[in-house]
Ligand binder design. Sequence first.
Ligand code: SAH
Length: 405
Amino acid sequence: MSFESNKPRLRLRVSAVAETQLRAGHPWVFSESIREQNREGAVGELAVVYDRKDKFLAVGLFDPDSPIRLRVLHAGKPQNIDVAWWEARLREAVERRRGLFDDQTNGYRLINGESDGWPGLVLDRYDKTLVLKIYSAIWLPRFAEISEIIGTELKPERIVLRLSRNIQEAARKSISKRDGEILYGDRQDACSTFLETGIRFEADVCHGQKTGFFLDQRENRRVVESLAAGRDVLNAFSFSGGFSLYAARGGAASVTDLDISAHALESAKRNFALNQSNAAIARCRHESVQADAFDWLNAHERRKFGLIVLDPPSFAKRESERAGAIRAYERLAGLGIRHLGRDGILVACSCSAHVTAEEFFGAVRAAAEKSARKFREIQTTRHAPDHRAAFKEAEYLKGIYLHLF
Ligand code: SAH
């Protein structure tokens, strides 16, 4: 690339611990691990890490402004990072998902960041629309190259660009792109619908949270469908009703969506409307409540449900919030349990990467124990296969299912 061509290759040496981590496949090198650097590096520049014997260890994308100074693209034997290399990486990610979905599911993740070898980059498919979401400025200098490769290889009808908040300004300056811009294809139907296991959903791909839909919860939704028959279901933090539609299809007597956002509740209503051809969904009573979930659960002590889903936003955005988050998960699970009738099922999820699965499961189990009710653990769940987590820091999603008597 032009910004790299007339300078010697950026070369790094790292601490012994970081070398070991790189050899074990960890995708990040933190700034404090860097021992030597031959010159200053620009954002997104390719940098090579050499080990103590001067042998190639890894190559990655450099970021002088981030504590994660290098995001690894490849470790092991030296490789040339060119267009053919990127194409092969894209095919590899697509290949990994082959056989996971039939034609009843055309919304799923194609690239899950570091875990697929694309650090800080996500690619989601919503039927014929692809949503490319960039979380790190390292991609901005090679943005045109990457989006062209994606377009040529996957031939979508359109590609929508999403930018995490921290890089929106840099993207405006360096590539003149804004969050939600359509990169390729026409504007029509950009925010259209897709199928997840045969249920039709809308996704606000241009402006919605993440890339417009919580594709990561598909497997938990299927479990909820299998448990919902005949039950009155509360879906707290319902967003666009993902869990609700599955519960309805599974034969729930009623579904109550509870969310603080009117916008989210309206989207859930439209998703119910989109699926009226399914008899079970058409039959299910659907109610929406706009409120803070903690407040509402506190104030409506007498409302009982047969199945409650608690899938809140992350309670710990940073490490310092971890302990408070664990307490909040326990409090929320306790509130949920108070609304469960006899023979009720609690489904509690956490998407906080800073809270480990065991900490979260422990908090929910503690709430069940404090309720003094008998309970049985049905199962715990982790990442869906299209959201593979190949290293510890990438693991964020966990779910626990308790049956309370
Ligand atoms: N379960 C959803 C995803 C949840 S995203 C799914 O499967 O698609 C988190 C949701 O929580 C958002 O819709 C947000 O509006 C809502 N939310 C955030 N804080 C809230 C609060 N205090 N009370 C109720 N809803 C809240």
